[in-house]
Design a protein around this ligand. Structure first.
Ligand SMILES: NC(=O)c1ccc[n+]([C@@H]2O[C@H](COP(=O)([O-])OP(=O)(O)OC[C@H]3O[C@@H](n4cnc5c(N)ncnc54)[C@H](OP(=O)(O)O)[C@@H]3O)[C@@H](O)[C@H]2O)c1
Length: 263
């Protein structure tokens, strides 16, 4: 699917991987609908993309922890006469707090942001995609889905859900011309570890573990257009994912406890 006259919806476009996706898709000629909470960031990016690539770029300032947001985004797209051909379900965060220590409201917000909103947006873009007989959905999972660390436990479970749900959806929708991919990055330079409060620990990790968001996006988008249901970008992450997943659960627990750099 070529970008010209097609529209991509990118959530979490104000930073990191989402902003890199927006730039990548604008360069391919996609019109864009960008969503996040920070309006100035979105306005600045939209200005840059329309100027540099001559594409249409609409922004919607919204909080995806609000259960009403996914429906509002789809209504907004309809008002602007934008048919969503590509959905990049990217917005997300992790907190370095154990399940028992976190207030319920915080956990409920994470579930809404990274499970319910992701699933609802996928569901709400489908009628249009099915009508047109084509569409791409990319959901941000994580290498965290391959190993359970003790803290950020809910995050690991959430990203596991995203991985499984993407694979199941891809199987269901492929015959209708719609491809779904779970992108599972490892450590990626972005604001993620600032939000998580683990910047100092992250800065101490060796450079070979890290990827730039542009590399993650390039590999992720290639997987999407090739119709691959799962993409683990980068050689190091492929080795980690490929080695840990087949291990017995007890060993995964041990590795999760002993190798988590953020505990
Ligand atoms: N960086 C990594 O090491 C890494 C590794 C694996 C997976 N991932 C996944 O990649 C995705 C992108 O993360 P990133 O690394 O690019 O992090 P980032 O730089 O912190 O960007 C996160 C984006 O999500 C948006 N967001 C967060 N909460 C939101 C909310 N309640 N409503 C709307 N938007 C919200 C943020 O925008 P506003 O703050 O403006 O709302 C921002 O645009 C996430 O799903 C993350 O789990 C990241």
């Amino acid at each position: 699917m070529n970008g010209s006259s097609r529209t991509a919806l990118v959530t979490g476009a104000s930073a990191g991987i989402g902003a890199a996706f927006a730039r990548h898709l604008a360069a391919e000629g996609y019109s864009l609908l960008l969503v996040a909470r920070r309006s100035e960031r979105l306005e600045e990016l939209a200005g840059e993309l329309s100027r540099d690539h001559g594409v249409r770029c609409e922004i919607m300032v919204a909080d995806l922890t609000d259960p009403k947001t996914p429906a509002s985004i789809i209504d907004f797209a309809a008002e602007k006469a934008m048919d969503i051909d590509v959905l990049i379900n990217n917005a997300g965060l992790s907190r370095n707090r154990s399940f028992a220590e976190a207030p319920w409201e915080e956990l409920a917000g994470e579930i809404q942001l990274m499970i319910t909103a992701v699933t609802e947006l996928a569901h709400r873009v489908l009628p249009g995609m099915r009508e047109r007989g084509r569409g791409y959905i990319l959901n941000l999972s994580s290498i965290a889905a391959f190993v359970p660390p003790p803290k950020s436990l809910l995050y690991t479970a959430i990203k596991h859900y995203v991985l499984d749900m993407s694979q199941a959806l891809d199987m269901e929708l492929k015959p209708q011309g719609i491809h779904v991919t779970a992108l599972c990055p490892g450590f990626t330079y972005s604001e993620f570890h600032d939000v998580m409060g683990t910047r100092d620990e992250a800065n101490r990790l060796p450079g070979f573990l890290w990827q730039r968001p542009e590399e993650v996006v390039r590999e992720g988008w290639n997987a999407v257009v090739k119709g691959k249901p799962v993409c683990v970008p980068g050689a190091v992450n492929k080795i980690i994912g490929g080695t840990v997943r087949p291990l017995p659960v007890r060993l995964q627990y041990y590795l999760g406890r002993s190798m988590n750099p953020f505990q």
